[in-house]
Design a protein around this ligand. Structure first.
Ligand SMILES: Cc1cc2nc3c(=O)[nH]c(=O)nc-3n(C[C@H](O)[C@H](O)[C@H](O)COP(=O)(O)OP(=O)(O)OC[C@H]3O[C@@H](n4cnc5c(N)ncnc54)[C@H](O)[C@@H]3O)c2cc1C
Length: 495
């Protein structure tokens, strides 16, 4: 995947604004249906919400409380598809819900919810949920504080590397012929007889500006969707009611299971999650008018997360333990009145009088289904018809055969062939899937590239070369924050 702004001189069937998971998903679906597709992002791919999620590929157990059965059903089935289509980036993860006396959600309600969750998952279920007795809980999870603890339940969902999964969808779309570029910003819409014909784009690297012509333009800019619509002169009311979500990153707390907990201050669901050798605590969920370009984490937000963790788990987390924090805006649709957590995770597609299509809402887990619905609509508008092919379509790094077999045999072969440790080879396989071989091939030029970027971290210098050559990484933060997570775990790092 090479960056070339020259590639945008042609006329396209579809131009997508926004290289988060929503835009990337549509680019892949549309390219697979044979459309001439272009996708641009004003920053890096996944530099918006798609790199700051809770990293869960989940049905969303908590949405059952608000009657979101359809969304949960769809997400549970998409979870299975993602495990199949991107097995190197999406993994099953066990969850524990501890039950506490006097909690907002009583044990019977959790049990009923989990039974429904299993039922809705049907054949896509990972494992059935099950009760966990108090004694077992104490033995298996000694870090759980005993106060008011009654027992609990175990269930299963999945986890991902969100930024890499988004990048992987972009790469797969590019392999199917989509022209893609990061750091290319849509700054104006150009109309003829009231209809949008092209977008004025500025190359944030080279500085040039030029027009990109397309028969259909899709605004998939997540929390920026209203701002981009108004650039197009679409004067309809704001569609988004964004809510802000903050996470903290702590050193590894030795967890193998994630915890679903109810915050003591307001009874909201939050998670403590093992992820990439660290622990994530999150998230907050507050209505926000902040700009998505500059989101700051306040001391109150950090205190809220620490208080949630420390109510249930020991040893307590102190401010000085926190490695980093990150924040994002959920691009939720302004639909139902109510608290932020009850705002819908469904998505909507709107057409403006000038022909611009905009997508608002959604969640990461259901991106494929969302892309299918949006591309169906685009095909109808273009008076073309071909069905979606993404249901079982393997993403770029997914091996053709069985993932467990690939994961168990390839690291040994790579390690032998390139004289690297089996741990280093396993790391490459889990990040790049079948392209681990391509990454490792650069070691033949320079064996020093087998050294870690930072001592004690798994990321290798050879990855930087591959990311520059094949993943359109241009700036240090593209490597540090999205193609690896070193910048998140070691915030002061300079290379
Ligand atoms: C705190 C939090 C936790 C979450 N946790 C989960 C979870 O665990 N599981 C789950 O399924 N979902 C989760 N979500 C939801 C999910 O992350 C989002 O729904 C999804 O990432 C939105 O993707 P998007 O592509 O619509 O938006 P974004 O990822 O924000 O992408 C929009 C892109 O548009 C680009 N852009 C903006 N303006 C322009 C312009 N003028 N020209 C070109 N490009 C432009 C931006 O640079 C950006 O990259 C969470 C969300 C948040 C905030």
């Amino acid at each position: 995947m090479k960056r070339s702004v020259e590639a945008f001189r042609d006329e396209f069937d579809l131009l997508i604004l926004g290289g988060g998971i929503s835009g990337a998903g549509v680019a892949l679906d549309a390219a697979l249906r044979g459309l001439q597709v272009a996708l641009i992002d004003k920053g890096d791919f996944a530099s918006g919400t798609s790199s700051v999620s809770s990293k869960l590929v989940h049905g969303g157990l908590r949405y059952l409380e608000h009657g979101g059965f359809h969304l949960v059903y769809e997400a549970l089935h998409e979870r299975r598809r993602l495990l199949h289509n991107a097995p190197h980036l999406v993994h099953p993860l066990p969850f524990l819900i501890p039950f506490h006396r006097g909690a907002r959600v009583p044990p019977w309600k959790w049990r009923a919810g989990l039974a429904l969750y299993d039922l809705l998952a049907g054949r896509s279920n990972l494992h059935r949920s099950c009760p966990v007795r108090l004694e077992t809980l104490r033995q298996e999870f000694p870090s759980l504080l005993p106060q008011e603890l009654l027992g609990g339940a175990r269930y299963f969902d999945a986890q991902m590397d969100d930024a890499r999964l988004c990048l992987e969808v972009v790469k797969t779309a590019a392999r199917q012929g989509a022209r893609v570029a990061n750091y290319l910003e849509a700054v104006a819409f150009e109309k003829r007889e009231g209809e949008i014909r092209s977008v004025r784009a500025v190359d944030r690297v080279g500085g040039a500006d030029f027009s990109i012509r397309a028969r259909q333009i899709l605004n998939a800019t997540g929390p920026w969707v209203d701002a981009v619509s108004s650039l197009a002169g679409d004067a309809t009311a704001a569609r988004l009611r964004p809510t802000k979500g903050v996470h903290l990153v702590a050193p590894d707390r030795g967890l193998k299971t994630a915890f679903l907990l109810l915050h003591p201050a307001d009874g909201r669901v939050f998670f403590v999650i093992p992820w990439m050798g660290r622990t994530l605590v999150g998230t907050t969920d507050t209505i926000s008018d902040e700009t998505p370009d500059r989101l700051a984490v306040t001391p109150e937000e950090l205190d809220y997360l620490l208080a949630g963790h420390n109510r249930y788990l020991s040893p307590p987390l102190e401010k000085q333990d926190v490695l980093n924090t990150f924040a994002g805006l959920r691009p939720l649709i302004r639909s139902r009145p109510g608290s932020p957590s009850t705002l819908s995770r469904e998505f909507q597609v709107y057409a403006s009088a000038s022909g611009l299509l905009s997508v608002a809402g959604g969640k990461f887990t259901t991106y494929r289904r969302m892309a299918e619905v949006i591309t169906d609509r685009i095909m109808r508008r273009l008076r073309m018809w071909r069905p979606s092919r993404t249901q079982d379509y393997l993403l770029d790094g997914a091996p053709d055969g069985s993932w467990p077999e690939f994961e168990s045999t390839t690291p040994r072969e790579l390690a032998q062939h390139h004289s690297i440790s089996e741990d280093a080879a396993t790391h490459l396989v889990r990040r790049y899937g079948k392209h681990a071989v391509d990454v490792a091939s650069y070691l033949q030029q320079n064996i020093h590239l087998a050294e870690p970027v930072v001592a004690g971290e798994p990321d290798l210098r050879v990855e930087w070369v591959y990311q520059r050559e094949h993943e359109m990484a241009l700036f240090p933060e593209d490597h540090l924050l999205r193609r690896t997570r070193l910048g998140l775990f070691r915030p002061g790092i300079s290379l």
